[in-house]
Design a protein around this ligand. Structure first.
Ligand code: NDP
Length: 402
């Protein structure tokens, strides 16, 4: 056991990118519980100026940034009478990440999180990475940049955090595979025809986790699990065949690692994002987490099922794009962001989300666009082009029934 006394007394400066979101909320909750141990350097939001200003005042942040460039005046008004510096626009979000905080939570949603996360990585910060899309979008390149800068990437996503904890039980040569669990989402037992017609309200009813809108829809399509498979591959340098998905409806076991002696090491906990975030915040020590104590006797049963790649084609497409490489995972993510926005906007059926992703990927490969990504600009330009391609394919996908 380590002696935690030194760590417990040190004040840590922290920045939360995406402070007004679901992960941001859980992070602020943990910071609130130990106010004297953390100094908040910067907080960011997209458009929610009111929520951002409230948090910035409460935590005495040094800098608050909103991505919407038209809201600078509103933010300044909301922070009038304080010494908190304000910024607006994408550059201000990147500036927030670049400011000297020891620990950064990267919880902007979507590919928009890539540049800010890289700004924190490039100055060698400890980055708790919740934003899976930026890894999926930038691929190997993100981890290479982190290695070069000496940044420490801590996975905040519950499954990857579980793997991170379990991986410490053996070394790379002894590893056989990792197993990422999936709740199966609200449509786990639904027939294909019903999944096709699912409404937004139905897609937003996650059985176990309370999360932001985009990731909740991704969980219903199992696109989220697909993104997680890709994320695990880049984070831990694993081949697609070394990553399995296991449906586990209770969401108690978050991830497992199998070693050569056939030992399987798992991490368990109540489905509460504050646990993996607390692990990242305390790392390499452990802090007190506020989640409910795990009561396995009350839960009674933990059950498991193989994933159904036919009813949830998004998962199959994730493995395909990972095997294809050369920007295919960037296209997978970009097309999904377009598809989810179209579904939320009532332009396509739920079942068409995966069809749009598949059509975009096929078109991309057919057109000979695959090429290795070697910079953030490469990743961003593939992301933009794939979004345009997905948007152009949208009308024909919208018309086509399954
Ligand atoms: P939310 O939608 O709840 O919050 C997103 C945050 O990012 C908000 O602060 C939002 O600001 C901000 N934001 C959105 N778009 C932009 C933009 N273009 N530029 C700058 N800031 C922006 O998302 P979640 O908290 O659910 O998820 C965040 C990330 O963490 C995602 O990548 C998700 O996949 C991942 N994740 C989430 C989990 C969860 O339990 N929620 C679990 C594991 C991973 P505003 O409030 O103003 O819109």
């Amino acid at each position: 056991m380590r002696n935690n006394k030194a760590a417990a007394s040190a004040v840590r400066s922290v920045t939360v990118l995406g402070a007004t979101g679901s992960i941001g909320d859980s992070t602020m909750d943990l910071l609130r519980a130990s106010r004297d141990r953390y100094q908040v350097e910067a907080l960011t939001a997209n458009t929610n100026v009111e929520g951002l200003a409230k948090l910035a005042r409460e935590f005495g942040a040094r800098f608050a940034a909103v991505a919407d460039p038209d809201r600078l005046g509103e933010l300044k008004d909301a922070l009038a009478g304080t010494r908190i510096e304000c910024g607006a626009g994408e550059g201000a979000i990147i500036e927030a990440a670049a400011r000297p905080a020891d620990w950064v939570m990267a919880a902007v949603s979507g590919a928009a999180g890539l540049k800010p996360a890289l700004a924190a990585v490039d100055r060698g910060a400890t980055v708790a990475l919740a934003n899976k899309e930026c890894l999926v979008c930038a691929g190997d390149f993100f981890m290479q940049r982190a290695l070069k800068a000496g940044a420490c990437i801590l996975p905040a996503d519950s499954e990857h955090n579980a793997l991170f904890q379990a991986l410490g039980s053996g070394n790379r040569e002894e590893l056989v595979r990792v197993i990422i669990t999936a709740s199966g989402g609200p449509f786990r037992t639904w027939a294909v025809a019903d999944i096709e017609q699912a409404t937004l309200a139905q897609a937003l009813k996650h059985p176990n986790w309370s999360m932001g809108q985009k990731i909740t829809i991704d969980s219903a399509s199992m696109m989220n699990k697909g993104l997680e498979v890709i994320e695990a591959s880049y984070l831990f340098a694993l081949a697609p065949d070394e990553i399995d998905v296991l449906v586990h409806p209770q969401s108690i076991i978050h991830g497992m690692v199998e070693f050569s002696d056939r030992s399987v090491v798992a991490q368990l906990g109540a489905p509460d994002m504050r646990t993996p975030i607390a692990h990242c915040l305390g790392w390499p020590d452990r802090i007190v987490g506020p989640a409910a104590k795990l009561d396995l006797a009350r839960i009674g049963q933990l059950t498991f099922e193989a994933p159904d790649f036919d009813r949830f084609p998004a998962l199959r497409l994730a493995y395909d794009s990972l095997r294809t490489g050369r920007g295919a995972t960037t296209v997978y993510n970009a097309a999904n962001e377009v598809a989810v926005a179209a579904f939320i906007g009532g332009k396509i059926r739920f079942g068409a989300i995966a069809r749009l992703v598949e059509a975009t990927l096929n078109d991309w490969i057919r057109s000979g666009n695959l090429a290795p990504l070697s910079s953030a600009d490469d990743a961003i330009s593939v992301d933009h082009a794939a979004r345009n391609k997905a948007a152009s394919l949208l009308p024909q996908i919208a018309l086509k029934a399954s």
